[in-house]
Design a protein around this ligand. Structure first.
Ligand code: ADP
Ligand code: MG
Length: 225
């Protein structure tokens, strides 16, 4: 099967006060279709940095990230944002929903940015909210939803433009255990339907529910794990 993402010899160095921090070093990783990969490792080991490189949120200092025929490391910043909008879904620890918009409007937003008509995106946003179990909360604003419900809205929004890859950074970091289990089941269901998912997490139960675990240490994949 052709991998969804192929990362080769990735490097990301941050310059801080004249000091170079190698957040990701010479890291190579293939992510096959319908993978559910959990990235684990201590705080500061480079998990978020790697997710950002895989999703085109950030560009590598060296090395390549390919999704299909597209080499993300060769794109300009605006090309990368376009790629992200159309091909990558992002889920964050703190949801990043717009507080003044309803669940429905939050999910519609990426489709509006992609140029989808109002009628089509409204129907699709409603379907996505049904899919994540929030058919009865569409008109609620984030402040009127629980943490788990907000994360479900964020997942629906991440799926809005039918991404090839879903990336989640500590998606259960703000949630209690029972709610986290619900998010894990939702992720597993999406992977069963063919979604490709990479999750950076400290949540061992979430990692245990993934198809495979990659452990990072000091910006590299821990070969011993
Ligand atoms: P993790 O997600 O595993 O906790 P990160 O990818 O956030 O790790 O960070 C990896 C390393 O890169 C850490 O040493 C961190 O301090 C550093 N780092 C991350 N982002 C930046 C940044 N924007 N500027 C400078 N250093 C950063
Ligand atoms: Mg992180």
């Amino acid at each position: 099967m052709i991998p969804v993402v192929v990362a080769e010899n990735l490097e990301r160095t941050y310059e801080m006060n004249g000091e170079a921090i190698r957040a990701v070093r010479r890291l190579s990783l293939d992510i096959p279709a319908a993978d559910f990969l959990a990235l684990v490792g201590p705080s500061g080991s480079g998990k978020s940095t790697l997710l950002h490189l895989l999703g085109g949120v950030d560009a590598p200092s060296a090395g390549t990230v390919k999704m299909g025929d597209v080499d993300l490391s060769l794109l300009s910043e605006s090309q990368r944002s376009r790629h992200r909008l159309l091909h990558v879904g992002l889920v964050f620890q703190r949801f990043h929903l717009l507080p003044m918009l309803s669940a429905l409007e939050n999910v519609e937003l990426p489709m509006a940015e992609a140029g989808m008509s109002k009628a089509v995106r409204r129907v699709r946003a409603a379907e996505l909210l049904e899919r994540v179990g929030l058919g009865d909360r569409m008109r609620h604003r984030p402040g009127e939803l629980s943490g788990g419900q907000r994360q479900r809205v964020a997942i629906a929004r991440a799926l809005a433009n039918e991404p090839d890859l879903l990336l989640a950074d500590e998606p259960t970091g703000e949630l209690d255990r029972t709610t986290s289990e619900g998010i894990l089941s939702l992720f597993q269901g999406l992977v069963d339907e063919g979604m490709t998912l990479v999750v950076a997490t400290h949540d061992l139960d979430l990692a245990a529910g993934a198809r495979r675990i990659v452990r990072m240490v000091d910006g590299q994949i821990d070969a011993a794990a």
